[in-house]
Write a protein that binds this ligand. Structure first.
Ligand code: KET
Length: 458
């Protein structure tokens, strides 16, 4: 009896703790909704008694706008024009404009299908063990002292977005400073992912529209005035949407600032291999931070570099200072994941693990990845040349200087609307175009559209 009462008291205390965490999250979510629902539609709730007879209890649900990136594909799909071109979402297309399933992925899938010993049981909450280990090796380097010392905990998540969300949920529950600084601009979903997890989102200066390069001074100033311990979201490489990455020397300056203020780096690695064509080259920023022995979060996605978009394969790694902390962190990550989606899916992570653990398949993957990265770089040259040939006013050299899947063109919202209406070219309203969606055949059409937009729309 005595024991039971103690247990009950503990339970009540736990409930209190959980409810204060829940309260905090609810109020953050409420603030977020108050800020966005007014933009996105009505927030008036109706009860069955307030609705008229026969009305739906959801009659007051406002229609939400489409997602700024994925909504571009929705609009594109509705357009019957034969010349339409989707440069919105960052998804690789071949020279023929078709989605690409890598050969090495097909091979891995065949091996999996042929293996009759494979079953469809639930995975552990943290996912496929091999996949986790190999993913940490891929981003940190197999010889990383953090890996050797068991300082890293890695959990399989639902691609890059899911990894960011699980990391954010963990931080909101267990980290003392709930402010996260994200670059301005950044991938549109960052603000939503972090806010809904219960973090407060602030921005740091990143892109300078005048130089079309990095505003390193502004960036360092903003991080320098962030509160001690604040979380800092960094794009590991191929910054989205700007295509502007810090040089290694600038990364070192950023690292020193982050460490001197005890800020917590959270890397979003969605394009490893796509910036330079080299997996190791594109991991240098992350390795620089992990190499100094301090803590670090990394969200990895295999959507682009293995073309596994819809398979939703990714990983969250948290590098800790001791192996004991790492294992306690992992125990808490399980508590984050279990009520969200219980455990992750098997197929995509098994493909990745099959490729990463086989020397030959791994080598084949690096070649296919390099070919994708090279095709994008070739498209940059073609587009740049096409604009020069047309004498399109302005300096277009940023097209060849920028890195990764996207070109941040500098076209304004009106010019984008014009290009969509007159030329059936679909892109995000900030003027970002996915170079991976372009081919030699479609470059002239895009160059004509840009030329017309620049010369006729202010
Ligand atoms: N981080 C960044 C920087 C990023 O660009 C994306 C996807 C993700 C994470 C998430 O990818 P996932 O598929 O969850 O692994 N960006 C492209 C697709 C999207 O918006 O969902 C895009 O910007 O077009």
């Amino acid at each position: 009896m005595q024991k039971k009462r103690v247990g009950q008291t503990e339970d009540v205390n736990k409930l209190k703790m959980n409810s204060s965490a829940a309260d905090r999250r609810l109020s953050t979510v409420a603030r977020h909704l108050a800020g966005t629902i007014n933009n996105e539609g009505s927030s008036i709730f109706s009860s069955p008694t307030s609705a008229g007879v026969g009305d739906s209890v959801f009659a007051n649900v406002a229609r939400a706008p489409e997602d700024p990136i994925l909504g571009v594909t929705v609009a594109y799909n509705k357009d019957p024009s034969p010349v339409k071109l989707n440069l919105g979402v960052g998804a690789y297309r071949t020279e023929e404009g078709k989605p690409l399933v890598l050969n090495v992925v097909r091979k891995a899938e065949q091996l999996l299908v042929n293996d009759r010993s494979r079953v469809k049981e639930y995975l552990p909450i943290v996912g496929v063990a091999d996949f986790n280990k190999l993913s940490a090796n891929l981003i940190l380097g197999a010889d990383s002292p953090a890996i050797q010392g068991n300082l890293v905990t890695t959990v399989q998540c639902l691609s890059g977005t899911g990894s960011l969300r699980v990391g954010a949920e963990f931080l909101a529950r267990h980290y003392y400073e709930r402010t996260i600084y994200i670059p301005n601009p950044t991938w549109g979903n960052h603000t939503k992912v972090f806010t809904l997890a219960g973090l407060t989102v602030k921005t740091y200066r990143y892109y300078d529209p005048v130089t079309r390069g990095l505003n390193i001074q502004g960036l360092l100033e903003d991080l320098g005035s962030a509160p001690t311990g604040a979380i800092v979201l960094l794009h590991a490489c191929a910054h989205n949407p700007t295509g502007v990455d810090p040089t290694l020397q600038q990364w070192e300056q950023i690292r020193q600032m982050i460490r001197s203020k005890s800020l917590l780096p959270f890397f979003d690695s969605a394009y490893q291999g796509f910036a330079s064509g080299s997996l190791d080259g594109d991991a240098q920023s992350v390795r620089m931070f992990v190499g100094d022995g301090s803590e670090c979060f990394i969200a990895q996605s295999y959507a682009k570099n293995m073309g596994l978009y819809g398979e939703r394969v990714g990983a969250l790694s948290i590098v800790c200072r001791t192996a004991d902390v790492a294992s306690r962190v992992e125990s808490q990550l399980k508590l984050v994941i279990r009520p969200m989606y219980s455990n992750p899916p098997i197929h995509g992570a098994s493909i990745v693990a099959t490729i990463l653990k086989d020397r030959n398949l791994y080598h084949e993957w690096t070649l296919e990845l390099k070919a994708m990265a090279d095709r994008i770089i070739t498209m940059r040259k073609h587009l740049f040349d096409a604009l020069c040939a047309r004498g399109t006013p302005g300096d277009w050299s940023h097209i060849i200087k920028q890195i990764g899947m996207f070109t941040f063109t500098g076209l304004n919202r009106k010019q984008v609307t014009f290009m969509t209406k007159e030329y059936h070219i679909y892109m995000t309203s900030d003027g970002r175009i996915s170079m991976a969606g372009l081919s030699s055949r479609t470059v002239p059409h895009l160059a004509d559209a840009i030329h017309a937009a620049i010369t006729t729309v202010v």
